[in-house]
Design a binder for this molecule. Structure first.
Ligand code: BGC
Length: 762
């Protein structure tokens, strides 16, 4: 399971792309894969290191000062640069752009959890050396980023000098022409103390506006077996370490560079904390750090076990995606998952609905503890969501921000941002999914239910009755090419689920005796719950008799149809070439919307309606958003459109590795990566979590011999294996469970096997 790029191209586009693809992250810190030795001027590069949940505030000037428009956003700062290591062989400096690169290869090892760069280099004067650089961000020591730098002189003796830098003066990347990255260059991090303690360097910085502190501590030291001298000098905003050793041909000189990151959101005194952590991490043998990493990943891959037989390339791409999920996800309730993980600055480190609808389903099935942590983050920001609701005129309930880091809204363009109220229903949905798959009532009582009640309240304050139906007007659904509409089908069906489950949780807590303190805390009455149920039962869901589909919203079908085949290729994504208002007047979708509702809330419509909708929306969807193809794949699987299911799945699997959206340099598309997992497990495997339990409806793509995956369900673990002949469900651990296969209930106490001909075909 080793992901390798065997020929490291040195053209500009590949260099900046590989900075993203080979980044190291552990959910707390992320470091882009920049060359330690740097680049000659003129080569585009985004050099960065980031902390999940850490933010600065940035002014967001609105041209017209309307009430309640967001005037300040949060952004994820680049916190410090500790990647720099220049190397001199005698008096010649190593660079990929001088001398001759005889061999070069970069590898990501997803079992051992490190990246490796191996270069065979000949200097302009003919000195040859093998350079191997290994880097990791530790999953078991979240503050640690380690570089192991080994140089072996092949045909010369003399000296080797490393110049290793620790720089607090860093900036973020910006691009005024791309709405998906920050437009302005702002100085977010101001270093205010640089110190040497016991030969280690400490740089302490504060954010320009948010009042947070970050400390990085660095130690450079030679590996045992390498004799040499190491001296560090402090500069105004950083330090420079010179480490020199004798060069003897054939003998490897090895330097370790440890960096520890600490921040004031998580630590009372991050300088002290960084000091303690670097002491801890440098005291143990490096081999122990590698071993811990291996063991952590062994457990991870066991939990997330997924095997595809018969298509190695796609299998590798899928595993790359799964690796990015564990690299990106927070391990504490202070962070979440940014739209680009910790791999780049696209979308400024903001958290979106991507988490709940695309990523959390993976963790709910493979690692429910992480899923719980993600809900905890929403719980920790519930108070901000309440304030947001008040600001938007709602007297009750909570409205989660469309994009955020610390809980306050960050979307500058509210029609495609704040107006996406469905985020409330998405969060409620993820809590219900967690509950269905864990039955963790105490967590629901403590945290989950409060969110579901407060989001349900918001719907009551947003919608209104008209001729007996409950309507939700002037919101935006998932598709951002259609904004501020009445009765977006996805939103209404999502709100209905939220309201329905508020009642179910109320009843569950009531019968378990856990209701009273919460009801008292938020002033929730049985009468309010009745009103929720009434609205849910009378929720208006647009339906068009003639086409037999659910219109995306009330006015959608009355608009002109955008001619996608006639649109020149270079006009995509449309958002970069057309005024939003122009797009809003067409039937054209940036991404899956109604079809997403047909996946998530499939029981709301008949299979005929779902089929009609799929075929209708397919023609008008550009998939300009990376959140789209994976869901089309799932519904294509459900409908038995096997070729389409496979095609959409392939598009989603390769999106970042092949840079098909042409912006992976700004970071990976982590929602798509979660969606790609869903396209297998929910799509081909037909898995659904429903109130009654876990459902499967396995199908097998023609291109594959088979596939297998493991899921957690209510304390048990189930192995699913599908091939041409049969689908087998094996209870690996835990108590026996009842499961549904093609809607038939089975008791799973050992293994259930069904013939594939009997598999559900539509
Ligand atoms: C999509 C949103 C998504 C955001 C972050 C946008 O392009 O339209 O649905 O939440 O990207 O991934």
């Amino acid at each position: 399971m080793i992901y390798e790029i065997t020929d490291l191209k040195l053209d500009n586009a590949s260099l900046i792309l590989n900075e993203t693809l080979f980044h190291n992250a552990n959910g707390y810190i992320g470091v882009r894969s920049n060359f330690e030795e740097g680049y000659p001027g003129g080569i585009p590069s985004i050099q960065g290191a980031y902390i999940n949940g850490f933010y600065d505030f940035v002014e967001m000037k609105q041209a017209e000062k309307l009430y309640g428009l967001v005037e300040e956003k949060q952004t994820m700062p680049n916190v410090a640069d500790t990647q720099g290591i220049r190397v001199f062989l005698g008096d010649e400096e190593f660079s990929m752009f001088t001398g001759t690169v005889l061999e070069s290869k970069r590898t990501l090892n997803m079992e051992e959890g490190y990246t490796l760069r191996r270069v065979l280099w000949r200097s302009p004067n003919g000195k040859e050396a093998e350079i191997i650089i290994k880097r990791l961000t530790s999953f078991t020591r979240l503050s640690l980023f380690l570089i192991e730098y080994a140089v072996t002189p092949l045909n010369f003796d003399g000296s080797i000098l490393f110049i290793s830098t620790h720089q607090g003066e860093v900036t973020n990347h910006s691009n005024p022409d791309d709405p998906r990255v920050a437009a302005e260059t702002v100085k977010h991090i101001i270093p205010f103390r640089v110190e040497l303690r016991d030969g280690r360097s400490f740089v302490v910085s504060r954010t320009a506006r948010s009042g947070l502190t970050v400390c990085t501590a660095v130690e450079n030291r030679f590996a045992s077996g390498t004799e040499g001298t190491v001296t560090t000098e402090t500069l105004e905003t950083g330090t420079v370490t010179r480490a020199s050793a004798a060069a003897v041909r054939g003998r490897t000189v090895k330097l370790y560079k440890y960096t520890v990151f600490s921040d004031s959101i998580r630590q009372n005194n991050c300088e002290n904390h960084a000091g303690e952590d670097i002491e801890k991490h440098t005291r143990i043998p490096v081999e122990d750090i590698y071993r811990e990493q291996r063991e952590y990943l062994r457990e991870y891959w066991d939990g997330a076990f997924l095997e595809i037989r018969g298509d190695e390339k796609l299998s590798l791409a899928v595993h790359y995606n799964l690796y990015q999920l564990i690299q990106s996800v927070t391990k504490d309730g202070y962070g979440n998952i940014a739209a680009k993980g910790l791999s780049g600055e696209g979308y400024e480190g903001h958290f979106f609905w991507d988490t709940e609808m695309y990523i959390q389903p993976f963790f709910t099935l493979t690692n429910p503890e992480i899923s719980k942590t993600l809900i905890e983050y929403r719980f920790n920001t519930l108070e901000e969501a309440r304030k947001n609701a008040r600001m938007l005129g709602h007297s009750r309930g909570a409205l989660y921000p469309w994009r955020t880091i610390m809980g306050k809204e960050c979307s500058g363009y509210f029609p495609a941002g704040t107006a996406q109220y469905h985020i409330n229903g998405d969060i409620a949905y993820s809590i219900v999914a967690y509950y269905i798959s864990t039955r963790d009532i105490s967590f629901i009582a403590e945290k989950g239910a409060e969110i579901v009640f407060e989001t349900a309240r918001l719907w009551m304050d947003t919608g209104n009755y008209y001729r007996g139906k409950f309507l939700i007007n002037d919101v935006t659904g998932p598709d951002e090419y259609t904004c501020i509409v009445n009765n977006n089908y996805y939103t209404n069906v999502c709100a209905r689920y939220n309201l329905y489950w508020a009642r179910v949780f109320y009843e569950i807590l009531e019968s378990s005796g856990a209701l009273a303190p919460l009801a008292e805390k938020i002033g929730l009455s049985a009468g309010e719950i009745k009103a929720f149920s009434h609205a849910a039962e009378n929720m208006y869901l647009p339906y068009d008799e003639e086409l037999g589909i659910n219109p995306q919203d009330d006015s959608f079908l009355s608009k002109k149809v955008w001619d996608i085949p006639a649109t020149p290729k270079d006009k995509f994504p449309l958002l970069m070439h057309y005024h939003p208002l122009y797009l809003y007047r067409f039937q054209v979708c940036k991404q899956v919307d109604t079809v997403l509702a047909h996946f998530v809330f499939e029981d709301a419509q008949s299979i005929e309606t779902i089929r009609n909708s799929f075929l209708y929306y397919e023609k008008i969807t550009t998939h300009d958003s990376s959140l789209s193809a994976c869901i089309f794949s799932i519904i294509a699987s459900k409908l038995g459109f096997r070729d389409k299911a496979y095609m959409y799945f392939g598009d989603s699997a390769k999106l970042d590795l092949f840079d098909t959206h042409r912006n992976t340099k700004d970071g990976i598309h982590i929602a798509n990566m979660g969606g790609n997992y869903m396209a297998i497990v929910y799509g081909f495997g037909g898995l659904r979590l429903k109130e009654k339990g876990i459902h499967f409806a396995p199908t097998l793509p023609e291109q594959w011999e088979g596939y297998s995956f493991k899921v957690h369900f209510r304390g048990s673990r189930i192995l699913v294996e599908v091939d041409r002949e049969s689908a087998r469900f094996t209870l690996l651990s835990g108590e026996e469970k009842s499961i549904y296969i093609n809607s038939v209930e089975y008791d799973l106490h050992d293994q259930v096997s069904i013939k594939m001909e009997a598999a559900h075909e539509v």
